[in-house]
Design a protein around this ligand. Structure first.
Ligand code: NCD
Length: 314
């Protein structure tokens, strides 16, 4: 396990499988009435969020608390960031509290890697602009392998706004490392040039969607768009929305959330038994527990034992 989790590129297939196995063992334990494990007792985890989040932030918090860490949630809005404090100064200030891990979400690609240079803490990338979202990809692989078994040879279509999606970039890397065949599909303006270099195919229509074992829909990241990328939402819906007509009965449907119902997905498919969207959310906790465990408990195992305190008065 690397010291930080900044990108899926930091992990090989063995590393991914190790995290998934750890997550599965946590899932077994989560049925117990007392859910807490003592692993990270006395250690601090800092959630540093410069962008909105529902699932990622709450699941990191629950994951850290389930491992008995002390968690502090820092939201940029309402903090001295609004008084002009830089990311570097903020990270160095908060590092004075000696966190074992910093979980960071930030609108700029590369932010998590920069933070890793400014703090002695282990850094987990919880989404950096349109670059990567590695824990999302890990929980997606976890959810899919539980549903389908090994991903070798499985066909996964990722549909929608690929251009602005960190989920797409991390998922393409993770799914292909696990042996799946990935196709990305969307309007040409929302497919980045050269994306094939990540190891996927490209389609601009849903004509061949039926070949997919898994359909992974993405939200239009309107907060990252300066211009208009599609002629109209109505046209986008007509050409790319996954609805009951387009989704085959044996295809598994995924989405990272938040869903814009009636845009990338019709309401009926969101609520269909083929959708594993809630299972993805559930997996978020055990997979993030596994990531924190691998980064922090492994490191602690290698650290020197604290000296046994002697009697205070000799
Ligand atoms: C995604 C994100 O923030 O990148 N959400 C998430 O973490 N579950 C996708 C999105 O916002 O569309």
């Amino acid at each position: 396990m690397p010291r930080h989790l900044l990108s899926i590129a930091d992990l090989d297939r063995d590393g991914i499988e190790r995290i998934l196995a750890r997550a599965a063992s946590f899932a077994e334990a989560s049925g117990r009435e007392i859910k807490k494990l003592p692993t990270l007792r006395g250690r601090r985890v800092l959630n540093l969020f410069y962008e909105n989040s529902t699932r990622t932030r709450s699941s990191f918090e629950i994951a850290a608390k389930t491992l008995s860490a002390d968690v502090t949630n820092f939201a940029a809005s309402g903090s001295s960031v609004e008084k002009g404090e830089s990311l570097k100064d903020t990270v160095q200030t908060l590092s004075a509290y000696d966190p074992a891990a910093i979980v960071i979400r930030h609108p700029h690609a590369g932010a998590a890697a920069m933070v890793a240079r400014w703090t002695p803490a282990a850094v987990v990338n919880a989404g950096d602009g349109k670059h990567e979202h590695p824990t999302q990809a890990l929980l997606d692989v976890y959810t899919l392998t539980r549903r389908l078994g090994a991903l070798d040879g499985k066909r996964i279509w990722i549909v929608g706004d690929i251009e602005h999606s960190r989920v797409a970039r991390s998922d393409i890397l993770a799914f292909t490392k696990m042996g799946a065949h990935v196709t990305v599909c969307g309007p040409p303006t929302l497919i980045p040039r050269g994306i094939e270099a990540l190891g996927c195919d490209v389609r601009f229509t849903l004509d061949e969607l039926r070949e997919a074992d898994v359909v992974y829909a993405l939200r239009m990241q309107r907060e990252r768009m300066r211009d208009s990328y599609v002629p109209s939402l109505r046209e986008y819906v007509a050409n790319y929305q996954i609805d009951g007509r387009r989704l085959g009965p044996r295809q598994v449907l995924m989405h990272p959330g938040p869903v814009n119902r009636g845009v990338e997905l019709s309401g009926d498919v969101v609520d269909s038994p083929q959708a594993v969207i809630t299972a993805q959310v559930e997996a978020g906790v055990v997979v993030r527990m596994a990531v924190l465990y691998e980064l922090l408990a492994g490191a602690r195992a290698n650290a020197p034992e604290p000296a046994t305190p002697g009697p205070v008065l000799a």
